[in-house]
Design a protein around this ligand. Structure first.
Ligand SMILES: *[C@@H]1O[C@H](CO)[C@@H](O)[C@H](O)[C@H]1NC(C)=O
Ligand SMILES: *[C@@H]1O[C@H](CO)[C@@H](O)[C@H](O)[C@H]1NC(C)=O
Length: 131
């Protein structure tokens, strides 16, 4: 067996090993999309969105299947939210990934009435509905 095949075998072995013992969530950003609508500071949407995002981030990692839908309880400005993690992640890795997804969302979509942030290992999306 020459050097290259051995190297290749070693690299493949390492890759297999790494994919089995994954301890770090892959938070590389796949896509971030923003709704074009904007809310202003003090808008009831701001409160609703903050509530929904907070719940998505804290509750999704403890849900079975890491797939959680949510709606804000404030009647004058409903905000919907959805979050999901790769089911292979541990609960704390799911939380880490969602936090990164939220950061990516806020980095790109400031004060938008809806947004979707898709990372390799998790996703968060929000949407507002005015009554
Ligand atoms: C979870 O892990 C299994 C086995 O390692 C793999 O086949 C599957 O594709 C993984 N699922 C996701 C969503 O990455
Ligand atoms: C994370 O996912 C991206 C694709 O979404 C891939 O290109 C990259 O190699 C992955 N990184 C790790 C450490 O698995």
């Amino acid at each position: 067996m020459g050097f290259l095949p051995k190297l290749a075998a070693a690299v493949i072995g390492l890759l297999l090993l790494c994919s089995n013992v994954r301890s770090v969530p892959n938070t590389s950003v796949t896509t971030v999309l923003c709704n074009s609508g904007v809310y202003s500071k003090g808008d009831p949407f701001a409160t609703s969105l903050a509530f929904v995002l907070e719940e998505l981030e804290t509750l999704t990692p403890s849900r079975k299947g890491y797939n959680y839908f949510n709606i804000s309880p404030y009647p004058n400005a409903f905000a919907y939210g959805h979050a999901a993690c790769n089911q292979n992640l541990t609960s704390s890795d799911c939380a880490t990934c969602l936090s990164a997804a939220k950061t990516a969302m806020f980095g790109t979509c400031q004060s938008r009435i809806g947004a979707r942030s898709v990372l390799h290992d998790c996703t968060i999306s929000t949407k507002c509905l005015q009554q």
